[in-house]
Design a protein around this ligand. Sequence first.
Ligand code: AMP
Ligand code: MG
Length: 488
Amino acid sequence: MSSFKNTYSKLPHSFYETSSPASFSKPELIIFNEDLACDLDFQEVLNIPNERLAQIFSGQEILPGSEPLALAYAGYQFGHPVAVLGDGRAHYLGEIKQHDIQLKGSGQTPFSRRGDGRSALGPVLREYLISEAMHSLGVPTTRALAAVRTGEEVVRQFGAEPGGVFTRVASSHIRVGTFQYFAFKGDIESIKTLVDYTLERHPPQIHKKLGANHYKEKSLALLKSLVEVQSQLVAHWQSIGFIHGVMNTDNFSLAGITIDYGPCAFMDEFNFHQKFSSIDHQGRYSFSNQTQIAKWNILRLADCLIPLISEGKYKEKEKGEEKERAINIVEHELMSLFPLFEAKRNERFALKLGIQNYQAEDSELITTFLTYLETEKLDFTLSFRKLPELLENSKHSFYPDTPLLKEFLEQWKKRNPNSSLMEQINPLYIPRNHLIQKAIDLSYQGDDSYFHKLHQIFKNPYQEGPYSEEFCSPPTEKERVEKTYCGT
Ligand code: AMP
Ligand code: MG
């Protein structure tokens, strides 16, 4: 019997296009996540040879029960609406244990527009390493199931590169952009269908009591739960110095998971306004701005749901008033929930400082420490990791002795910080840009050993392992990566 379920293909046809993966003549497996396949109980891919895994995870062999689809979605990209985006280089294969299995870089679909539907190997390896590292860091994320070399070349910004196919696992691929796809068309019936589908896959507590037609309540439940999961997520990102880089609404998940590892990066030196993406000229998606953007994206979901919230028994001439009322309800709800973003971030940063019982005054303490890091251009990850040293009275060379440090220390020590808590929450090994770049450069020369080594190291980010300093150190001037690219 097939392990696949295909709940997406049971939705109306406007939700997707059927599409088959491209052919690749010599796909070669680089890595397969056997542990994840076991967790998913994905029987068909357990205990089979690598050659066949390469065929399956490049889309050459379609397993029984799988129905490849390209999912439809729209999105606001850098604040501008785009009515049709959709999977232009990805194929959803179906669900295993309530998780979407999707190939990325597997060829053109009806949504490809002018794109080739392919992916270079670099972004495949990047996504594999970073998404698995995020998982080990405890951050909600899509997972990596496999990476394959296609044996063909793709042409990108800097010339020809080897091609790759990535297999992504997600608790769903529902995005704010999926709702916008129907909202832009004025298709309210499909938005209702999507609300039900989303609540089915990501049920919030309150939903269970709602009857079939309560779309107002369902919509509000959906918005609330999105604030809940995204405020957790963004706080988590910021607490490890992660910058997503393209928080467009099409990359903003209803499941509250990190999705779409394009130009994302971990910060080395701390800077409140750090950005890496080569196309983010205004810093819209910079480190600090991520909170504001998450709220903005949630408001864009609210736009889509207004017609469902305002739908009641009213006369035609009252329609405008009813809409106005719906907007007021949503604004009121969201404005009272949005402070969760700051609360979650502060709680998390307090934990990083070894403080378990966050109090309002701690927010100043956090800002003082971060300002100190920014002023002294200190490495974000190591500055938190080495904090217990600051509690010892001996001289410490890592932290420059400045009045700001003194001010911080005075206040901080009064809060009785807990060293073992700090060690549990402040990682030592993170997927720094220059390490990932080195792995990609070597893999382009045919040597995947560095990629495999990094993958191994990032599995235990909090525990010091028998590895050289290179894996936890910031880049040298020569190694520094200033810009990241979408890789499309
Ligand atoms: P992303 O930057 O991955 O969020 O993609 C934004 C949109 O561009 C999505 O609709 C993608 O499917 C599409 N896209 C990205 N790269 C390609 C490509 N190589 N070929 C076709 N479509 C692409
Ligand atoms: Mg995307």
